[in-house]
Design a protein around this ligand. Structure first.
Ligand code: ATP
Ligand code: MG
Length: 446
């Protein structure tokens, strides 16, 4: 295994205390490929998160929260030594006590690690989901980042294809809810034995055409020949098209498994494309593999990928436990929502902005705000903080997007009334007594 310090590993250097002083002058920029998600975008993320949580929890999937950092050996064992991720994309570093740790490049390995370690797979068939950042040292471009986010879904202890179909249907429903379109590509990789035969046939074929292979593929020929099929180099497309096809090597059981899956999808009216070259970049897949792709995002066409990984739990030291799961790329799905969703999910604007001037008015403004927050369900209320003239406060009220301002001056403070002033329509402001205010505001927001 390539060790830390070798060319294969990206070493994330810890800034030592002695160096910190060097960074005080000048602007410090974000790390390349790692994005801020700004407030003007975060409501789209929340929309995606809410819809997914709702879809998953209603089908019995429960959230698991996993560490962002795991031992390096977990990923090299689970994902495979000769995959792109392990060979060249991991953020691996040495902990202060010399352990080799890695920022997670994906979630399945950690989920399986947790399941074995915490006994989640004993006599039960957990359906789990998680979400959060993943880290891969890739070349940043639109739709491809070094810190990106996934929602991951995993189901254990069921050998399918019913649960495979369940997950695909869940995704179809989710796309519908989000207002986006994607195309489903489907394949079966069969058992490890069937794959061994296929792999041998592939090696024979590509060896016979070795002259046409690019450098990457030459290297993979004897380490991971199936990955050649996944090459994004157009010069290889014809050669790859004519290569032996995986479906011709499937064992009978996998063939039956796959046709049952297709039948369930047909019954449900799911459209899909059978793609015999779909192999996926991670080594742990067996039988069902799928990918949802789009032509709306340029070269980064996969929005969600998954499949069955029946061997992984034993490979990581657990008892035999079949499993199936997928991961959805949140940045890409959000880009699709922005492009395709007929109605963009609205940003939550405040209903009410409280404007006040003078010390007594400030005290009443706090009282009013707490009263309304307590009594008016669902109310979004912003209280002016930081002082300012009435003019400045009204400008803030306007910018906040609120529908009405509640105005409190010294006079209102004396009579315990509030001026209710519509901001978006031309109607008169009205004075409302404190006792009548909750009902008046409640009427406004419904
Ligand atoms: P790709 O073929 O685009 O490299 P992958 O096969 O590496 O994808 P997976 O490891 O299966 O992808 O991850 C699942 C999903 O996560 C992908 O379908 C994609 O939407 C998203 N994804 C993967 N890598 C990145 C990245 N670097 N930046 C943003 N999203 C990503
Ligand atoms: Mg990739």
């Amino acid at each position: 295994m390539p060790g830390p310090g070798s060319d294969y590993f990206m070493i994330a250097r810890v800034v030592q205390p002695a160096n910190r002083g060097l960074q005080v002058s000048g602007k410090i920029q974000a790390v390349r490929g790692m994005n801020d998600i700004l407030p003007e975008h975060s409501h789209l993320w929340q929309f995606l998160e809410d819809c997914t949580r709702e879809a998953l929890e209603s089908a019995g999937y429960r959230e698991i929260r996993l560490p962002l950092v795991e031992r390096t050996a977990l990923f090299s064992r689970a994902i495979g030594e000769v995959t792109d991720i392990v060979e060249k994309e991991m953020y691996t570093f040495e902990d202060r006590n010399g352990d080799s740790l890695t920022l997670r490049p994906e979630g399945t390995a950690g989920c399986v690690r947790a399941g074995i370690e915490r006994g989640l797979f004993h006599n039960s068939q957990p359906r789990l989901w998680y979400s959060g950042p993943m880290f891969r040292h890739e070349r940043p471009q639109k739709g491809r980042y070094r810190q990106f986010h996934q929602i991951g879904v995993e189901a254990y202890g069921m050998d399918g294809p019913d649960v495979d179909a369940e997950q695909i249907l869940l995704l179809r429903r989710l796309w519908e809810r989000l207002g986006i379109r994607a195309e489903l590509r489907l394949n079966s990789l069969g058992t490890p034995e069937a794959r061994r035969d296929y792999r041998a046939a592939l090696v024979r074929y590509f060896e016979a055409h070795a002259g046409q292979l690019d450098e990457d593929s030459q290297r993979r020929l004897h380490t991971n020949p199936m990955r050649i099929l996944d090459s994004k180099n157009p010069a290889l497309f014809d050669l790859i098209d004519a290569a032996p096809r995986l479906p011709d090597y499937l064992d009978d059981e996998s063939r039956e498994h796959f046709s049952r899956l297709c039948r369930l999808l047909d019954d449900a009216g799911v459209e899909y494309v059978l793609d015999p070259r779909l192999v996926r970049g991670l080594d742990y897949y067996t039988r069902t593999v799928f990918e949802w792709v789009t032509d709306a995002l340029g070269a980064q066409d996969a929005v969600c990928s998954g499949g069955r990984y029946d061997g992984l739990v034993t490979q990581l030291g657990g008892r035999p436990t079949p499993a199936v799961g997928f991961a959805l790329g949140m940045e890409r799905v959000i880009a699709l929502i922005e492009q395709q969703a007929p109605e963009r999910p609205p940003r939550m604007l405040p209903h009410v902005y409280v404007v006040h001037s003078g010390e007594q008015a400030e005290r009443l403004a706090f009282e009013v705000s707490e009263l309304l927050r307590e009594q008016v369900e669902g109310l979004r209320l912003m209280l002016n903080c930081g002082g300012g003239s009435f003019k400045a406060q009204f400008r803030r009220a306007d910018n906040s997007g609120a529908a009405v301002a509640l105005v409190i001056g010294e006079e209102e403070a004396g009579t315990r009334t509030v001026q209710l002033k519509p901001l978006r329509e031309h109607s008169e402001q009205q004075a409302v007594k404190l006792e009548a205010l909750p009902a008046a505001v409640a009427a406004l927001i419904n």
